[in-house]
Design a protein around this ligand. Structure first.
Ligand code: TMP
Ligand code: ASP
Length: 234
């Protein structure tokens, strides 16, 4: 399959059309962005880490029966994916309080949630990705009630599969973000699952091993991504 023209360029990825109408090439860029793109750096090697880590997670999820857009890894920075109509919502699952939740609700960082919290956000940088209730998702026609239920169910299933897999490798899955799309009426998991879109903490030391190292200028940003790749491939 050959990539033909770029259809969509986001902050961290480019989606290319291919000579197959059902497939796209998802290319991971070296750009690191945060705070709706206001903080930006190009970091050598980041695209390759995220492509490899995402490929690994999608392979694991496929083996566990989760329907994803992932077809195969094509190169260091590219994967072949099924072409989806993306929904404009981000689905976040939280096991441990961090990030925007701590700021918004004043909950202490590190508070554990059992059962985990599932949230919806509007995918819109200009509006700063506002949080949505399920009623908002319906009122804005972003997804049907059945799709809302299916996204929650799938997100919680992904949480169990990834959480257990990572736990065995000494990593706590703090929270993560998923994006879904449809193809022929079927809801399918798309986008990426990487240290850009998840929070990973070392289970023993609590060390941050994700994009928070970049957001908070903690240093050792790519070293952490490299260690995540080593642990998930072991
Ligand atoms: P938050 O604490 O900033 O709301 O983020 C929760 C999780 O979702 C965290 O793992 C980062 C991820 N996330 C994204 O990948 N993209 C986004 O645009 C946002 C807001 C969060
Ligand atoms: N809001 C997310 C972050 O803080 C994603 C982004 O803005 O690029 O990283």
């Amino acid at each position: 399959m050959k990539k033909t023209k770029p259809l969509y360029e986001g902050k961290a990825k480019i989606l290319w059309e291919t000579d197959s109408p059902e497939h796209m090439v998802q290319e991971f860029k070296n750009d690191a962005t945060a705070f709706d793109g206001t903080k930006h750096e190009v970091v050598e090697g980041k695209g390759a880490f995220n492509n490899r880590i995402s490929s690994h997670f999608y392979g694991l999820l496929r083996d566990e029966g989760i329907r994803t857009h992932f077809v195969k890894t094509l190169s260091d920075t590219e994967m072949l994916v099924e072409r989806l109509e993306m929904l404009s919502v981000e689905v976040v699952v939280r096991n441990i309080a961090a990030g925007s939740l701590v700021k918004r609700l004043g909950i202490s960082e590190g508070t554990k949630f059992d059962p985990p919290i599932v949230e919806f956000y509007l995918k819109d940088d200009e509006l700063h990705d506002p949080i949505l209730s399920e009623e908002h998702v319906r009122a804005l026609d972003l997804a049907t009630p059945d799709q809302v239920d299916a996204m929650k169910r799938e997100a919680l299933a992904v949480n169990i599969i990834l959480g257990n897999f990572l736990k065995q490798r000494g990593i706590d899955l703090v929270d993560f973000k998923l994006e879904f799309g449809t193809k022929g009426g079927e809801l399918i998991l798309g986008d990426e699952i990487s240290p850009d879109t998840c929070r990973f903490h070392d289970s023993k030391t609590g060390r941050i091993m994700d994009k928070d190292r970049f957001r908070q200028d903690l240093g050792g940003f790519m070293e952490a991504y490299g260690e995540i790749l080593d642990r998930v491939s072991s």
